[in-house]
Design a protein around this ligand. Structure first.
Ligand SMILES: C[S@@+](CC[C@H](N)C(=O)[O-])C[C@H]1O[C@@H](n2cnc3c(N)ncnc32)[C@H](O)[C@@H]1O
Length: 451
C-alpha cells in the first residue's frame, strides 16, 4: 500500500465508477419506449429476472448525497408516485413474453423506508401478481435507520424483506454534523437488533471515507463500531464530491475534506481493519463475511457489478422500475424519465416511461466484459475474452500498452494477455478499467475522484 499512497496524488484522476458500460452519460434518446417494449417482448421467458425499484423520496437532505431523490414533508407525493409505479409494473408485465421468475428484488432510493407499512405490502403484492417471486427470492431494502421503528421493521419482514442495507456513513458526531446526518451508534444498533429479531438476518452497512473532518483514526473507530454489529457486508464508499452536479453538496465546507493521500490512507486503514476481522475484500469497495453469498460468488468467479454495486445475482435482465431507474437487458440499457411529473405523465398515457438508453454494439460488449471482470475479479484474461467474443487478440494491444505506467508503479501486472490488478492497485481499479473505455474523453465529463 505504500507505493499506492505515494501515487495517490499522481493518479488523482476523475473516472467513472463503471456500474455499467457504456456509462449513463452516454445513453441517448434513440432508445425509447417502443424499443424497450420490443426488447422486453423478445426476452427468454425461461430466464430469471432481477427487479430494481427506485423510491426517490427522503424527509431530509443529507449534504453528501449523490443519489437522485426529492425531499418531501407530506405523504401525498409518495402516494401518487406509488399509483404510477403500480401502473408501470402492469405495463412491463404486459410487455413480457410470459409471466417470468424474479429471484432478486432491490428497493433503492432515496429512502424506500419513506413508504408506509401498508404500501410495502401493496407493492410487493403487486410485484407478486405480475411476476413469479421465487420461493428463495432475495428482497433487499436500503434503510434509513432514523426512520425506523420496531413496528416498521416487523412490516418489512411481513412484506418478505430478507436483506437490509443500512445507511450509516460515519458514527462520529462532528462528521455527522458536517453532512447533516445525525445518527448516533445506538440508533443503528437498535435497528440491527430489531431486524434480527424479526428474521431479516442479512444486514449490510454503508460506510464512507473521504467525508468532511474524517481522519484515519476516526475511520478506524468507525469500522470498529460497525464490526460490533457483525454485518454480513460492508460497503466502504469513497465520498464523491460533485457539487457541479449536486448543488446541496456546496453546503459542505471543502476545506474540511481530506485530500487524495489522506483518502487513500483512510481506505487502507479501514480495509486492513475489516480484513483482520475476517471480511473478504470484494471488488473496489465492498467487504463480505466469509459466510455471505458475495464471498462465495467472488470465490466462484460469479460476482457481477450493477447499479447497486456488487451482486451475486447473475440474472441476464434487470428491470428498473420508478423514475430515473436504469434497466439492463441482453440488448442494452434503458433509463426511465425524471423528473417525477414526466414519469407519471407517460404512465398515465399508458406508455412505458423509457426516455433514453443504449443498444450494445459488439465493441461495447467486448469492453463491457473486460471492465466487469476487472471491477469484480481485479483480473482479466484479454486473450480469453477476445476469443469468446470472436475478436483478434491483438485488437486491444494499444489499451494494454497504455497500462505500462501503472505496471511500472506496481498497480497492475501485465502477464502476457492477462492483466492482474495488484493489492496495492485495488483502490485504482477504476483507472485500469478506464483504459478500456472507448467513450472516455479526458476532460470531457467531470467524474468523482478515482480513489
Ligand atoms: C442510494 S443511498 C440510499 C440510502 C438511504 N437513503 C440512507 O441514507 O440511509 C445508498 C448509499 O450511497 C452512499 N452515497 C450516497 N451519496 C454518496 C456520495 N456522494 N459518495 C459516495 N457514496 C454515496 C451512502 O453510503 C448511502 O448510504
Amino acid at each position: 500500500m505504500t507505493v499506492a499512497i505515494e501515487r495517490a496524488e499522481k493518479y488523482d484522476l476523475r473516472v467513472p465508477r463503471y456500474t455499467s458500460y457504456p456509462t449513463a452519460p452516454h445513453f441517448g434518446a434513440s432508445v425509447d419506449a417502443g424499443i424497450y417494449s420490443g426488447w422486453l417482448a423478445t426476452l427468454d421467458p425461461g430466464a430469471p429476472l432481477s427487479v430494481y425499484v427506485h423510491i426517490p423520496f427522503c424527509d431530509e437532505m443529507c449534504w453528501f448525497c449523490g443519489c437522485w431523490t426529492k425531499i418531501v414533508k407530506r405523504y401525498e407525493p409518495i402516494r401518487s408516485y406509488l399509483d404510477a409505479l403500480h401502473g408501470e409494473i402492469s405495463l412491463v408485465a404486459a410487455a413480457l413474453p410470459a409471466r417470468m421468475d424474479v429471484r432478486h428484488l432491490h428497493f433503492g432510493g432515496g429512502s424506500p423506508t419513506m413508504l408506509a407499512p401498508e404500501d410495502w405490502l401493496a407493492l410487493t403484492g403487486a410485484l407478486g401478481r405480475s411476476f413469479t417471486l421465487a420461493p428463495d427470492v432475495e428482497i433487499a431494502v436500503e434503510l434509513d435507520p432514523r426512520d425506523a421503528t420496531e413496528e416498521y421493521i416487523a412490516a418489512l419482514a411481513q412484506a418478505g424483506v430478507t436483506r437490509a442495507s443500512i445507511g450509516v456513513q460515519d458514527f462520529d458526531p462532528k462528521v455527522q454534523l458536517a453532512i447533516n446526518r445525525i445518527q448516533p451508534f445506538d440508533v443503528v444498533e437498535r435497528v440491527v437488533g430489531w431486524l434480527r429479531r424479526h428474521g431479516i438476518a442479512d444486514v449490510n452497512l454503508d460506510l464512507m471515507y473521504g467525508l468532511p473532518h474524517q481522519t484515519e483514526a476516526k475511520v478506524e473507530a468507525m469500522v470498529d463500531l460497525a464490526l460490533r454489529l457483525a454485518p454480513a457486508r460492508v460497503a466502504l464508499f469513497g465520498y464523491a464530491h460533485v457539487p457541479w452536479m449536486k448543488s446541496h453538496q456546496k453546503l459542505i465546507d471543502e476545506t474540511t475534506l481530506p485530500g487524495a493521500v489522506e483518502r487513500l490512507r483512510q481506505f487502507a486503514t479501514a480495509s486492513a481493519r475489516l480484513a483482520s476481522a475476517g471480511y473478504r475484500a470484494v471488488g473496489l469497495d465492498h467487504f463480505a463475511r466469509p459466510d455471505d453469498g458475495l464471498s462465495a460468488a467472488l470465490a466462484a468467479g460469479r460476482l457481477h457489478r450493477n447499479f447497486q454495486g456488487y451482486t451475486a445475482d447473475d440474472a441476464p435482465t434487470l428491470i428498473g422500475l420508478g423514475a430515473s431507474a436504469i434497466g439492463t437487458l441482453p440488448q442494452g440499457y434503458v433509463q426511465n424519465a425524471q423528473p417525477l411529473a414526466d414519469y407519471r405523465r407517460a404512465i398515465e398515457a399508458g406508455r412505458l416511461p423509457t426516455v433514453r438508453g443504449i443498444a450494445l454494439s459488439a465493441d461495447d460488449r467486448l469492453r463491457r466484459a473486460i471492465i466487469e471482470r476487472l471491477m469484480c475479479n481485479l483480473r482479466v484474461d484479454l486473450d480469453a475474452v477476445c476469443r469468446e467474443k470472436g475478436i483478434q487478440a491483438d485488437a486491444l494491444a494499444a489499451e494494454r500498452a497504455s497500462l505500462e505506467p501503472l505496471a511500472a508503479d506496481g498497480l497492475v501486472r501485465l502477464d502476457g494477455g492477462e492483466i492482474v490488478v495488484t493489492e496495492a492497485g485495488r483502490p485504482f481499479v477504476r483507472l485500469v478499467a478506464a483504459a478500456f473505455d472507448a467513450y472516455l474523453q479526458p476532460g470531457a465529463a467531470r467524474h468523482s475522484r478515482a480513489v
